[in-house]
Design a binder for this molecule. Structure first.
Ligand code: BGP
Length: 472
């Protein structure tokens, strides 16, 4: 099998991490506008925390709202065939529950998409990348409330109509799989996904199960709606998957690893198989968790299957095992893998894990896959001569591309694109900081608020340009 000539090489960004302009042109406040460096909280009044002297890098982002034309021109110069963007819900419905959308918000995304088309770059649009209007959290209880599904669908319908004919690939959600009632969650993930702090939830397991169910239901309903509005629309959902390896071949530990992996898959099962999986309902029943599933829901699951799967992949992890109470927790769960190097933020670097995951997901669902995020977060230094020699990033991406190639050409996985995360430096989602950089393009902006916002090509810019030229 050959490396596909139409393979979508490109990158992936999210509105709240790059646009800035957080209170311009009628935009409301979204959950990520309240995240600042190292804290995940919903301050009572945003102004109070600003007065308390905290800097919010995401409020200015990298100014993409105003510089999108220049930035897209740089992506085009690299040879991008696709760019994944997200639509900030709070730009379209500032509070989330208005009767009419904010036209200025719609116009902005129409302009961005038109600019991409001008450069023959395929837009891939995520409808929910952690940008829920905060009003829906405070007044309705976020995704615990079914009414929020209707608000989300109204937002989707507005965008399907506004971008009809110019956007073909849609992703309903980014990484809803981190809502996992089976394990202890972190405030980070429940906050960025649903605007709620795990530590403050009263009935933790029940609440997470309800959120996970309602988001899955929202996705299948959005897919059905989007297919009706334009049958040529292709729908996916993006999952952030981190394979859990067993710590050794003790069958108990192998089983633990299987179960840790399995928790992440019930929503993909529902979206690909057309029904909410029975095994999950049995697990919930045993734990006293109850979901209300109506006949209308059952039909919605059957009618809203996705057309492709989006995979975000950064790292693998080692599953928890008997007697590991002493070990230090990593963001992704158990202990560090002694066979792998780690990024500065402790994320294990594991290119083979990507081939493993591509094979696993493809064999389980046999749907086309696009890698919607992959990359290395690092602290980049600008040398005295002005160059940014990010060889570590080149090495990381090169090794991951090698494994994708093996998955495609040797294992016959149907993978139709590779989008690196943050092809231009942007604000980190889990740390709220600027110093964790992923880009091929450097942005002169720092966490203390200094910087000119000027763009500068890193060494990896020229390298990725070459990769796309040679591979395409
Ligand atoms: C993914 C998110 C992205 C992105 C990425 C890297 O989970 O979808 O929004 O931020 O992680 O994470 P971070 O920015 O925290 O390094």
């Amino acid at each position: 099998m050959k490396w596909n000539q139409n393979f979508l090489w490109g990158g992936s960004i999210a509105a709240h991490q790059c646009e800035g302009a957080w209170n311009e042109a009628g935009k409301g406040i979204a959950i990520m506008d309240l995240v600042t460096q190292g804290t995940y909280e919903v301050p009572r009044e945003i102004c109070q925390t600003i007065e308390a002297g905290k800097s919010y890098p995401s409020h200015e982002g990298i100014h993409f709202y105003h510089t999108y034309k220049e930035d897209i021109a740089l992506f085009a110069e690299m040879g991008f065939k696709a760019l994944r963007i997200s639509i900030d819900w709070s730009r379209i419905y500032p509070q989330g529950d208005e009767a009419e959308p904010n036209q200025a918000g719609i116009a902005f995304y129409q302009n961005v998409v038109a600019e991409l088309r001008k450069h023959q770059i395929e837009p891939i649009v995520t409808l929910y990348h952690f940008e829920m209007p905060i009003h829906l959290v405070r007044a309705y209880g976020s995704w615990t409330n079914r009414q929020v599904i209707d608000f989300y669908l109204k937002f989707c319908e507005t965008m399907f109509t506004a971008l009809k004919g110019s956007v073909r690939y849609w992703a309903t959600f980014n990484e809803m799989n981190h809502i996992d009632p089976q394990t202890e969650a972190s405030d980070i993930f429940t906050y960025i996904i649903a605007g709620l702090k795990y530590s403050e939830l009263a009935d933790k397991k029940q609440t997470l199960a309800t959120i996970g169910y309602n988001m899955t239901l929202a996705s299948v309903k959005a897919v059905k709606l989007g297919h009706e509005i334009d049958p040529s629309n292709q729908f996916g959902c993006v999952f952030g998957l981190t394979p859990s390896y067993p710590v050794n071949c003790n069958p108990t530990n192998v089983m633990n690893a299987f179960q840790e992996n399995d928790h992440e898959f019930y929503q993909i099962d529902a979206m690909c198989h057309g029904k909410f999986p029975a095994y999950k309902l049995h697990q919930y029943a045993e734990q006293g968790i109850h979901l209300t599933i109506t006949d209308e829901d059952v039909q919605a699951f059957a009618e809203g299957k996705i057309d492709f799967i989006g995979l975000n992949y950064y790292s693998s992890s080692v599953a928890h095992y008997e007697g590991d109470d002493e070990s230090e927790e990593t963001l992704f769960g158990g202990v560090q893998n002694p066979y792998l190097e780690q990024s500065k933020w402790g994320w294990a670097i594991d290119p083979i894990g990507l081939r493993y995951l591509l094979n696993y997901v493809y064999r389980r669902y046999q749907l086309p896959i696009i890698i919607t995020e992959n990359g290395l977060g690092a602290v980049d230094e600008v040398a005295e001569n002005g160059e940014i020699n990010d060889d570590y990033r080149i090495e990381y991406i090169e090794k991951h591309i090698e494994q994708i190639k093996k998955a495609v050409t040797e294992d016959h996985v149907e993978c139709f694109g590779y989008l690196t995360w943050g092809p231009i430096d942007l604000v980190s989602a889990t740390t709220g900081e600027m110093k964790k950089r992923y880009g091929f393009i450097y942005v002169d902006k720092h966490d203390d608020g200094t910087g000119t916002l000027a763009r500068k090509k890193k060494k990896s810019f020229y390298w990725y340009q070459q990769v796309i030229q040679e591979k395409h």
